[in-house]
Structures are given as C-alpha cells and as structure tokens.
Design a protein around this ligand. Structure first.
Ligand SMILES: NC(=O)c1ccc[n+]([C@@H]2O[C@H](COP(=O)([O-])OP(=O)(O)OC[C@H]3O[C@@H](n4cnc5c(N)ncnc54)[C@H](O)[C@@H]3O)[C@@H](O)[C@H]2O)c1
Length: 214
C-alpha cells in the first residue's frame, strides 16, 4: 500500500508510511507531556531511528521544521493525522466474528486510526443477531441487502477455506479495500486494494532478533 503525496505528486514508500503512525503515537505522548516543539533528533533518538530518516519521512507531508527548535508538536500531529487519513473516519464491514473478529470489534483504537466497523457478518447462529460494542452481526447472506450503503472497506477474519469465496462476494458487493487477516493470498480484480496483515510475521521477527541477541 502506498499513498500519493499530492503536494509533490510522488508515491510515498511503504516503510515510511509504516513508520508514520509510530511517529504519531510518539508525538501524542510528547504532547501529553507538555512538549510544544520537538526536533527530529529527539524523535529519532527516542524511536531508535536515524535522524535523517525522520526528516525524510516527515518531508512527505507538508510540514517544515524550524531551525534549532524543530517541529511544532500540535501542528505535526494535525498534519500527520490528515496525511494518513485518520481525520476522516471510513466505515467498514467485518467478515467473520470469531476470536479475531470479536477482538477487532472490541478494539477502541481502530476508530482513532480512522476506521469504524458499522456491521459484521457471520454464518454462526451463536453470533448472528447479536450486537458487540454497538455493532450488529448479520447473517452473511444478508450482505446483498447492505451493498448500497456505500461501505468500501471489508475486514476479513474468516476461516482459511472460506477466504477466497468470501472475498469474491465482498468485491461483488462493492468492497474496494480488503484488510486481510487470513494467511490466504487472495485474488481480486484490478482496482481492489488488499492489505495482508499477520501478527505471526512480527512474532517471527521477534524470535529471530531474540536469537541474534542471545
Ligand atoms: N493475521 C493474524 O495475525 C491472525 C491471527 C489470528 C487468526 N488469523 C486468521 O484469521 C482468521 C480467523 O481466525 P479466528 O481465530 O478468529 O477463527 P474463528 O474460527 O474463531 O472465527 C472465524 C469466524 O468466521 C465465521 N465464518 C465462517 N464462514 C463464514 C462466512 N462465509 N462468512 C462470514 N463468516 C464466516 C465463523 O463462523 C467464525 O465465527 C483465520 O483465517 C486465521 O487464520 C490471523
């Protein structure tokens, strides 16, 4: 996934994009601690990245730091939130209300990062008809009825053997972005964005780093 920086009309590299929400969380803590200005050197030191990397990453946004004082914290937060699209809340459907799907429904952080789950779908009579955190769970067959609601994002947390079938149906019903938590490499038509996410990939990195450190 990449964002186009409209100002400079260039594609922002994915590693930079991945670091930006971390800068944002860090800046919010700095703001809470009363910091008015912050330098890229301090951000870099606290986050364990190179200062030139920080300056380069932030240069993709419209903000410019001031010599010697650095960036204005409030302004930088605002610019980053806007740049990352977190100020606009997008609506999403969730597919599969099992252990992972339920955890996402309970996660308050999603909304802060610009994503609101407005309905969920499952096939299990144990969950269909229930409400979790104010989100109603519908039977998967009811998806057609909901397809004109303008929801363009779907979160996929169904079992592996249902993944392709469910993603096909999501796309048919107008979903244009799939946040795929399943390990399946789903196939979609051109123009549909798929973002694969795995907790286990990060776990593998941690195991590897721990081995290297021991
Ligand atoms: N990305 C990650 O880090 C990560 C972590 C855990 C699990 N997973 C993956 O996420 C998926 C869900 O895992 P889980 O542990 O929540 O499984 P789960 O079995 O607890 O939940 C799956 C849910 O999907 C529902 N479902 C089945 N067919 C459906 C359909 N056609 N439409 C809608 N819902 C349907 C089931 O009834 C169930 O409630 C799996 O593919 C798993 O491999 C990924």
């Amino acid at each position: 996934m990449s964002l186009i920086n409209r100002k400079k009309n260039r594609l922002v590299p994915e590693p930079a994009l991945r670091r930006m929400p971390c800068y944002l969380s860090y800046l919010k803590l700095a703001q809470r601690d009363g910091h008015k200005y912050i330098s890229s050197t301090l951000i870099a030191r606290d986050m364990g990245v190179d200062p030139t990397q920080v300056t380069k990453d932030l240069s993709y946004t419209s903000i410019v730091g001031k010599t010697r004082v650095g960036y204005e914290v409030d302004a930088l937060i605002e610019v980053l939130e806007d740049f990352l699209g977190f100020t606009v809340v997008d609506e999403a459907y969730l597919f599969g209300v099992g252990s992972l799907g339920k955890a996402l429904l309970h996660d308050y952080g999603l909304k802060q990062f610009g994503l609101k789950i407005v309905a969920a779908f499952d096939v299990d009579p144990e969950v269909v008809g229930k409400t979790i955190e104010g989100v109603e769970i519908y039977h998967y067959d009811e998806l057609d009825r909901m397809k004109d609601n303008g929801v363009k994002i779907g979160i996929l947390t169904v079992p592996v053997d249902k993944t392709q079938e469910v993603s096909d149906r999501m796309v048919e019903s107008g979903i244009q972005g799939i946040w795929n938590f399943t390990p399946v490499n789903i196939k979609v038509k051109e123009g549909v964005t798929v973002q694969n996410t795995s907790l286990y990939a990060h776990l593998a990195v941690m195991f590897n780093r721990m081995k290297a450190n021991s």
